[in-house]
Design a protein around this ligand. Structure first.
Ligand SMILES: NC(=O)c1ccc[n+]([C@@H]2O[C@H](COP(=O)([O-])OP(=O)(O)OC[C@H]3O[C@@H](n4cnc5c(N)ncnc54)[C@H](O)[C@@H]3O)[C@@H](O)[C@H]2O)c1
Length: 432
């Protein structure tokens, strides 16, 4: 394989593992980020990504020791690169509009610093039309070069999940949107050196739509499961059992309900897609977002209901929340449903949060010790299905807690078992 110089801009959940796999496959790689603390850690061979991230810490430590990967805050470091991979965050604002400032900023920087013949790949998730209307015009303006002639452009969106970042990058198929045949050839050369899955070439717009819709599809499916879960609570049924029964029918694949969705992607990618659609309806997508956003608030209401059944009021109660991360066994708390639950409960009650992976708390004390969280609690609320919670023992919980109340956002407990041990039990999708 020909070794080429690679620059990766944005060293977060996506960019850091991307930089690592390029360096691992022999390309001298430079990672660029504005976050000085991150750069210092990375250059020491320490991963700034919290949680269980299989293989990343070991790989990063080896690559920085060997000198195949280095990190810098200096954006001009991309000037020698044969390929530049853009992996910055693409969030939404409070009105659900895309915030593309980071993307535009790094595209300008890349345009100012890139050499002739370079491949520019945007891996960030972007609203349909962004490559055509923003990325290419900015690159051309800042570089004074022509796309397709002097440099090459692809949009190859990422499909990683925190916890499995390296594995997902290497194994999953990838959609690669290309400006033209030459961009496809260049893009395929780089991606085939790190991706074992298939590359699916298409045009830039189709790649933008496909990525935002992958996550929108999942969000809509989860919203459907959540709507049925709320109905099951009213009807006195168990939504998880209903899901199991439904999925015994061929061609059905009902998703799992729960306390809400979070992370950097699912809550905003539907809005990135919808922002580009001005004449057609996106009402199903918007309704799905509203349903999923309402689930953590519903979980908090179940806490109030369950406490009431146990003869307690929210005011003066001690609530133990289990899981601050949005995802099982991850330390990623971005847009976590737990944040909404804390905001709703913390004003009136004393709240403590347990999470085995998240480093930084939110508003209330954070502990890694389950017993400390349970001690004298009046309600244990489960927001995230971390594996640690599989081994919780109801007898021991009953001993430690002041009031025996469990509110289950992830179907972690059998309601009959909880009741046998004297608990008041409420759960998402669990009718009484
Ligand atoms: N996190 C995921 O699991 C995931 C999965 C698939 C796709 N994506 C997409 O990938 C993109 C990146 O997501 P992420 O989770 O890695 O975000 P992140 O917030 O973890 O990382 C983004 C990084 O970009 C850096 N950055 C911001 N502005 C910069 C600038 N001007 N110059 C240099 N660096 C800058 C930030 O400091 C940060 O380190 C987003 O578009 C996201 O939607 C994320």
């Amino acid at each position: 394989m020909v070794k080429k110089r690679v620059a990766v801009i944005g060293l977060g959940y996506v960019g850091l593992p991307v930089a690592c796999v390029f360096a691992e496959s022999g390309h001298p790689t430079v990672g660029i980020d504005v976050d000085k603390k991150k750069i210092t850690l990375i250059n020491k061979g320490v991963s700034p990504i919290p949680g269980k991230e299989r293989g990343l810490a070991e790989l990063l430590s080896r690559l920085t020791r060997e000198g195949t990967l280095r990190a810098t805050t200096d954006p001009s470091a991309c000037s020698k690169a044969d390929a530049i991979f853009i992996c910055v965050d693409t969030p939404i604002d409070n009105s659900k509009n895309p915030v593309l400032d980071q993307l535009i900023n790094v595209v300008s920087v890349a345009g100012k610093n890139m050499k002739r013949g370079v491949l520019v790949s945007v891996e960030s998730t972007i609203p349909p039309g962004t490559m055509r209307d923003k990325v290419i015009p900015i690159l051309e303006k800042e570089s004074g070069m022509r796309a397709g002639k002097d440099f090459f452009v692809v949009h190859c969106p990422e499909r990683v999940m925190p916890g499995l970042l390296l594995r997902n990058i290497k194994k999953y198929d990838r959609v690669i949107g290309c400006l033209d045949e030459a961009s496809l050839r260049k893009g395929s050369m780089f991606y085939s050196s790190i991706v074992k899955g298939k590359l699916h070439p298409t045009d830039l717009m189709s790649a933008e739509i496909a990525k935002t819709i992958e996550n929108t599809y999942r969000d809509v499916q989860i919203a459907f499961a959540n709507e049925i879960a709320l109905a099951c609570e009213e009807l006195g049924a168990d939504a998880y059992e209903i899901r199991r029964l439904v999925n015994t029918c061929p061609y059905r694949d009902m998703h799992t309900p729960g306390a809400g969705v979070g992370g950097h992607c699912l809550p905003k990618d539907p809005w990135l897609f919808a922002s580009a659609v001005t004449e057609s309806s996106t009402s199903m997508i918007e309704t799905a977002r509203a349903i999923n956003d309402s689930m953590p608030e519903h979980l908090a209401e179940l806490v109030v209901e369950a406490l009431d059944e146990a003869g307690r009021r929210l005011a003066g109660s001690r609530i133990a929340i289990f899981g601050l991360a949005f995802l099982k066994d991850s330390g990623d708390a971005r847009n976590s449903p737990a944040i909404v639950v804390i905001d709703r409960l913390a004003g009136e009650s004393e709240v403590i949060v347990h999470d085995p992976f998240v480093d930084k708390g939110y508003k209330v004390p954070l502990t890694r010790n389950i017993d400390e969280a349970l001690k004298d609690a009046d309600c244990a609320v489960f927001v995230t299905e971390h594996s640690t919670y599989d081994s919780l023992n109801l007898k021991k919980m009953a001993r430690l807690m002041r009031t025996k109340v469990i509110v289950d956002g992830r179907n972690l407990f059998e309601s009959s078992e909880c009741r046998k041990h004297g608990f008041v039990y409420r759960g998402i999708g669990k009718g009484k």
